[in-house]
Ligand binder design. Structure first.
Ligand SMILES: [Zn+2]
Length: 303
């Protein structure tokens, strides 16, 4: 029987799973509602059920947000999952009787997008998911950089406008305050009394000057941080992922223009939209599952 590999993408509102065969063909795909209370038990249950449905699973990958030590398989801290110092890889291995590996969700997703998705033609890239928050996966040829204390890529808290509006993290003027999907919606709602949604702002572009203003502040803040990353890392490309990437050229065109403006003496790297969309995390987790089984077959998957 051919081997299969499982990936579990653990979030505060859902636990999503994917099982693929040796060629990367999808055998099983599922999503369950989750709640931070009892998340470890839920992930164990999901892992056990996946193995029950597909007994040939020979490795399981798990990704979570937070401060994650991939090598040790430990979630040091994840506030929205209420986890603190949990050896999640070992818990999943025990529940499923299969080898398991753990990684950070952003880095797992970044690996998948850079390896199979929009950035695969470049050796290095920065994958930037924009949703409730903003982060970045720094994807280099052999690895996704995790940082000395596993906190690399927290670009949402780079102060773009020092002394600016307050961020939930306690600082002021963070990128996230102006450019996360959540805050784009909130900033527009505060000025107009309309429902707080980035989609609503996107819909009103070109018709409501306030929508244009909030959107321009977001794209300008984002471009400022991409300019800093360009000068620091010289990446092959930026991939915009997460919910806001659905805005497509309405988002990408002004970001590209502003980025060019901030890089007066060099060409900007291409700024492209994610290709793997909502499946990106699960693919990253499935790759981990493959690695947990000691296989390199993920290198030939057609995703
Ligand atoms: Zn902040």
């Amino acid at each position: 029987m051919n081997a299969a590999y499982a990936g579990i993408d653990v979030g505060g509102t859902s636990v999503k799973s994917l099982v693929v065969d040796e060629e990367g063909k999808i055998l099983d795909e599922d999503s369950r509602e989750s709640h931070p209370d009892g998340i470890v038990e839920l992930v164990q249950e999901v892992a056990a059920q996946l193995v029950e449905r597909t007994p040939q699973i020979s490795g399981i990958g798990v990704i979570t947000p937070g401060i994650v030590d991939a090598e040790a398989g430990v979630v040091h801290y994840a506030s929205n999952l209420k986890l603190s110092n949990v050896a999640l890889a070992a818990e999943v291995a025990q529940a499923s009787a299969r080898p398991a590996r753990l990684d950070h969700d952003g880095r797992g997703a970044g690996f998948a997008e850079s390896f199979y998705g929009a950035a695969k033609e470049w050796a290095s890239s920065v994958v930037v998911p924009i949703g409730t928050g903003i982060s970045a996966a720094l994807c280099f040829p052999d690895r996704v950089w995790e940082g000395e204390t596993f906190q690399a890529g927290e670009i949402g808290h780079i102060p773009v406008y020092p002394g600016g509006e307050a961020c939930s993290c306690g600082q002021r003027g963070c990128l996230e305050v102006y450019a996360s999907a959540r805050n784009i919606g909130l900033r527009y709602a505060t000025r107009t009394g309309k429902p707080p949604s980035a989609r609503e702002v996107e819909r009103c572009l070109g018709k409501d000057p306030l929508a244009d203003e909030v959107w321009a502040e977001a794209t300008e803040a984002l471009a400022l941080v991409l300019a800093q990353l360009t000068f620091t890392l010289d990446p092959g490309a930026f991939v915009i992922a997460g919910g806001l990437s659905g805005a497509g050229d309405k988002l990408l065109t002004p970001v590209r223009k502003a980025l060019s403006r901030h890089l007066a003496w060099r060409e900007p790297p291409p700024v492209v939209a994610s290709r793997l969309g909502a499946m990106v995390g699960r693919w990253g987790a499935a790759v981990l599952g493959c690695k947990a089984a000691g296989s390199l077959s993920y290198e030939a998957w057609h995703v």
